[in-house]
Design a protein around this ligand. Sequence first.
Ligand SMILES: CC(C)(COP(=O)(O)OP(=O)(O)OC[C@H]1O[C@@H](n2cnc3c(N)ncnc32)[C@H](O)[C@@H]1OP(=O)(O)O)[C@@H](O)C(=O)NCCC(=O)NCCS
Length: 167
Amino acid sequence: MTDLGIRAATPADSEFLVDMLVEAVNWMPERNWSREQVLANPALAHYVTGWMQPDDFGLVAVDPGDRPVGAAWFRYLTAADPGYGYVSDDVPELTIGVVETWRGRGVGRALLRAVLDAARERGIPAVSLSVERANFAARLYAAEGFRTVESFEDADTMRFDIASRAQ
Ligand SMILES: CC(C)(COP(=O)(O)OP(=O)(O)OC[C@H]1O[C@@H](n2cnc3c(N)ncnc32)[C@H](O)[C@@H]1OP(=O)(O)O)[C@@H](O)C(=O)NCCC(=O)NCCS
């Protein structure tokens, strides 16, 4: 993370968040969804549609030239339009992605820790996410304190209880 900064996401980051959502969808080399395919799929697009909504919150990691290299954000989805990692209306879902050339250098872990700290500061009791089990990101989440609360064929829903954890 040397020389990288982390700042709050703004409405101007909406396109970059779409980029990172596409990266999250295409985490495996065999999958290559286009941006258009992702945005045309309501179950995926609703993680970024209309960014930013009043309850949205996110962080962007930037390189020394202020170019974004990764993002982590949470969004409240509802029982009427649940995300893959939905647990309840009052638990936002986390999405995270790092630009390919920056992966494996600590950006993802730093973003994850920072966004969980930010959630705590905002009084959010818990956050959840969905991760395909074969994605190494699942191990990162577990190492940072997420626990699996529901398992599907290929994916797990994981939850991080902020309120119950020591600072
Ligand atoms: C998942 C992701 C956000 C992690 O960010 P990152 O910056 O690459 O991760 P970090 O460098 O902080 O590494 C975190 C841990 O994962 C490990 N790791 C990193 N890349 C790895 C890889 N390709 N395979 C296995 N483990 C890996 C690291 O070793 C590190 O663990 P360690 O500190 O114990 O060594 C990023 O790789 C990414 O954007 N992937 C594609 C999108 C995606 O999968 N999003 C999540 C969908 S649920």
